[in-house]
Design a protein around this ligand. Structure first.
Ligand code: UDP
Length: 322
């Protein structure tokens, strides 16, 4: 089969780099566009010399110029950690709005299909549990998370507008909490915080009473879902996540046990607008794609702990401030 030519914005980031690697392994041509604001060249270093791989350092919130023909534009660029919501509020709003507009314009120009990485954050602090795609969400537009939530909601809106106006064949996924190797040690999200704190025998910082829940999918499961969705035609949002739900206290205890850490658990203030519960309803993905996550939390944590146990993966763990 002829190779497809696939451009991934944010392809040097955590999820984008796993996707790029997987597509290269399947024989596709991949162009990664990333300004490395939260992405890391180390994530794609093994791909840099591959004949089917090209890296362009560029901010996709600015016009994107590509000479090659493209079959897919996959828009994965965005800072995505709650710590970034404060530090990179405006770049987040720009990449969700201007960046999505540019990526859609590129897809239109190249007559390519378009794939948007959206988020469970479009559901905000949900009033319906678990969250099906039909739920419109409960988002505070002016709160600290609003910059990310609203930029992704806008990204979905403009994606559907390009689909309706310009007949672009689009896919939209709503990614629920995802973890695995290549997360940034200092990105502030709970799995990397707990693992890195445990590995250094530092206090494990639970925000609030630790009874808030999340459900985490291992990155390989997500990438499989993405690849499956590329091969069916479905233009409306699809949740991709792992419905196995647990509290942050349970997660802390599991990480301490798996790392055999001497860390103690401490309780800090809960950040503003922190969702109390989150769990995907994945019935659509199951029916449409025959997909469901298979990596159990414990197995995924072991692989992630192994990644972070190499000193180079966790340069000087900084104090976490939200
Ligand atoms: N959290 C925590 N301690 C940390 C980091 C996060 O207790 O050191 C909590 C956070 O308040 C939230 C949950 O873990 O309730 C998941 O946070 P994360 O930042 O990973 O992602 P979110 O789902 O909030 O976007």
């Amino acid at each position: 089969m002829a190779k497809k030519s696939i451009l991934i914005t944010g392809g040097a980031g955590f999820i984008g780099s796993h996707l790029a690697e997987r597509l290269i392994q399947s024989g596709e041509k991949v162009i990664v566009v990333d300004n490395l604001v939260t992405g890391n060249i180390e994530n794609i270093r093994p791909l840099l010399n591959h004949p089917n791989f090209t890296f362009l350092e560029h901010n996709v919130s600015e016009h994107i110029e590509i000479e090659d023909e493209l079959d897919w534009v996959m828009h994965f660029a965005s800072p995505a950690s709650p710590i970034d919501f404060k530090k990179l509020a405006i770049p987040i709003l720009k990449v969700g709005s201007l960046g999505t507009h540019n990526a859609l314009g590129l897809a239109k120009e190249k007559k390519a299909k378009f794939f948007l990485a959206s988020t469970s954050e479009v559901y905000g602090d949900p009033l319906i549990h678990p969250q099906p795609e039909s739920y419109w969400g409960n988002v505070n537009p002016i709160g600290p998370r609003g910059v990310y939530d609203e930029s992704k909601r806008f990204a979905e809106a403009i994606t559907m507008a390009y689909h309706r106006e310009h007949a672009i064949d689009v896919r939209i996924i709503r990614i629920f909490n995802t973890y695995g190797p290549r997360m940034r040690a200092d990105d502030g999200r709970v799995v990397c915080n707990f693992i890195n704190q445990a590995l250094e025998n530092k206090d494990i910082t639970i925000y609030g009473d630790g009874m808030q829940s999340r459900s985490f999918q291992y990155v390989d499961d997500l990438v499989k879902g993405i690849i499956k969705l590329m091969s069916v035609t479905h233009n409306e949002p699809v949740n991709l996540g792992n419905p196995y739900e647990f509290t942050m206290l349970e997660l802390a205890e599991k990480v301490i046990a798996l790392t055999k850490s001497k860390s103690k658990i401490i309780f800090l203030e809960l950040p503003e607008d922190d969702p109390k519960r989150r769990k995907p309803d994945i019935s659509k993905a199951q029916a449409l794609l025959g997909w469901e996550p298979i990596v159990q939390l414990e197995e995924g944590l072991v692989r992630t702990i192994e990644f972070f146990s190499h000193e180079a993966a966790r340069p000087a763990l900084k104090e976490v401030t939200l």
